[in-house]
Design a protein around this ligand. Structure first.
Ligand code: GDP
Length: 206
């Protein structure tokens, strides 16, 4: 499964601006600077699609990209990649609710086509309180969450497993689903890309 086309589709700040068309949605969320834009660009193999290093405090929007994936039998699969604003600018502890604005909560609750949320966490550090709150909130609301650790090229291979354990424990991921559930990604060398695309394909074909 590979992405053969990706293009900007829409920007929304409320439900009336959600694009029509009924495509399944795969959303991406994470602390600002986690590497979300880099991961999206790497996934789509298109630099500049998602803007990297957004200025903190800049207007927050939901950005939709229309992607076309090609299956081994040459058939096509279209879906929406949804780029949600980064969270965690504020220094003090945050509950999930205060972590994102009203319109993000509206997105979670109203987007019936949302199939999977990829929550990005920097592999180098234990999860922050905002990461934990967001993960727990998503799980409690019955959303399908795929945790993806970013910037894997920044630590040595031998330490990756250890860091993943710390993150899985830190966000309180259920023991049962820990094995092989966290994807390790590097936008620099493409590690984890095939794995993440497989997860996305499986969800879309379900
Ligand atoms: P965003 O704010 O979550 O969209 O994060 P960006 O994609 O803008 O990345 C933040 C910073 O981390 C930038 O300086 C990127 O170059 C860097 N970065 C992102 N992903 C990776 C990665 O996989 N490896 C390395 N080494 N740096 C990365």
């Amino acid at each position: 499964f590979n992405i053969i086309n990706a293009s900007y589709a829409a920007t929304a700040v409320n439900a009336s601006q959600y694009p029509e068309g009924g495509l399944s949605e795969i959303a991406f969320i994470g602390r600002s600077n986690v590497g979300k834009s880099s991961l999206i660009n790497s996934l789509c193999r298109q630099n500049g699609l998602a803007r990297t290093s957004r200025t903190p405090g800049k207007t927050q929007t939901i950005n939709y990209f229309r992607l076309t994936g090609k299956l081994p039998d040459e058939s096509r699969l279209e879906f929406m990649l949804v780029d949600l604003p980064g969270y965690g600018y504020a220094k003090r502890a945050q509950t999930a609710r205060s972590t994102w604005s009203k319109f993000i909560e509206e997105y979670w609750l109203k987007s019936t086509r949302l199939k999977l949320v990829c929550q990005l966490i920097d592999i180098r550090h234990p999860p922050m309180e905002s990461d934990i709150n967001v993960y727990q909130w998503l799980v409690e609301h019955g959303l399908n969450v795929q945790v993806v650790t970013t910037k894997a090229d920044k630590i040595t291979k031998g330490r990756i497993q250890q860091h993943i354990q710390v993150i899985a424990k830190g966000i309180n991921m259920p023991q049962l689903s820990q094995d092989g559930r966290i994807i390790t990604y590097s936008a620099v060398n493409g590690a984890g890309r095939d794995e993440l695309l497989d997860v996305i394909r499986n969800i879309l074909l379900k």
